[in-house]
Ligand binder design. Structure first.
Ligand code: MG
Length: 316
């Protein structure tokens, strides 16, 4: 689930606030006397625990991917994801998430399902998906107290060539970001690459919502924009071992401007043209970035053992 960019309107989760209560609020663009965000780095053991949650999220999204076809509803997808979480004793992170708008209801589902012009935070419903739709499914869970968060945008049948290009560009943006994390020192370098790539393809990066640190809570410091924000220029994020972030480019065909619907959650593009969203939880390790929300470990992201060690490790 993406994080609203300004900290001031972030939902008031007691645990999250208690972490922030003892220090000045950072992160608001333009504010004076800001303190840098306090980032909790994770140990290799903790990253291993987060991998378990990430694997459950990946399994849930894989099942959703397999059922994506005309006639299926996002409510059907909700049931499938909830069942995967139950099977693994995983706690859904989105269900009951408080709204940042006072008086609006908490999020009512275990997935966000955002169709076509909807960018993020759509609520699953019983409208059958149609040929040519695109639907973004975002979900997260915790296992033994550690969180994972990921999203995919799925094509239903054959969307228009432009919408297919949107999906390709958005997943390429996530992919290039993760690869760049292995050779960049600061997130601003990665964010700049993402932003420039999207613009080079004629599309728009949504700026109102951003990725986020993640650990024992879903939304931790730092905020992780997909462009170089003023806050990022001031408090850049050092890409060091132990940093774990949910990286989630949101890309739109016609505008970066969005609005929130009266349900208090669903965010759509102002021009009502399509947008796409892909997300992985990624840990920086001494061996480079490691994607925690994959079904199978990515061999390239696994620790590189010397051939002799590898042989020894595989000997029964
Ligand atoms: Mg997220």
């Amino acid at each position: 689930m993406s994080s609203h960019r300004s900290l001031g309107s972030r939902p008031s989760i007691p645990g999250f606030l208690s972490n922030l209560a003892r220090r000045p609020r950072p992160g608001r663009d333009g504010a004076k006397d800001e303190a840098p965000p306090v980032i909790k780095l994770k140990s290799p053991r903790e990253i291993g625990l987060m991998r378990e949650a990430g694997r459950v999220v990946a399994k849930a999204l894989d099942q959703v991917r397999q059922m994506a076809a005309p006639g299926v509803t996002t409510a059907d997808m909700e049931h499938v994801v909830a069942a995967v979480f139950r099977e693994h004793d995983a706690k859904p992170l989105f269900l009951g998430y408080p709204s940042s708008d006072k008086g609006k209801p908490p999020f009512p589902a275990v997935i966000c399902a955002s169709i076509n012009e909807q960018v993020v935070h759509g609520i699953p419903n019983r409208r059958p998906l149609r040929e040519g739709d695109v639907v973004s499914i975002d979900t997260g869970c915790s296992v033994n107290g550690w969180c994972g968060d990921a999203a995919v945008t799925l094509a239903i049948g054959q969307p228009s060539p432009q919408t297919q290009k949107l999906l390709a560009v958005t997943i390429e943006t996530l992919d290039l970001a993760i690869r760049a994390m292995g050779r960049c020192r600061y997130w601003s370098e990665v964010a700049s690459l993402m932003d420039r790539y999207v613009k080079s393809q004629g599309f728009y990066v949504i700026e109102k919502f951003v990725g986020h640190g993640i650990g024992q809570t879903m939304h931790e410091e730092p905020q992780v924009p997909n462009f170089v924000s003023k806050t990022l220029r001031k408090f850049d994020i050092k890409l060091e071992p132990g940093l774990v972030m949910a990286i989630e480019p949101m890309v739109a065909i016609g505008t970066k401007e969005v609005r929130t619907l009266s349900d208090g959650w669903t965010v759509e593009t102002k021009d009502r043209r399509a947008s796409a969203h892909f997300e992985h939880t990624v840990a920086m390790t001494v061996d480079g970035p490691r994607i925690l929300t994959l079904l199978e470990d990515d061999p390239a992201a696994e620790p590189r053992l010397a051939p002799a060690e590898r042989l020894a490790a595989s000997t029964p």
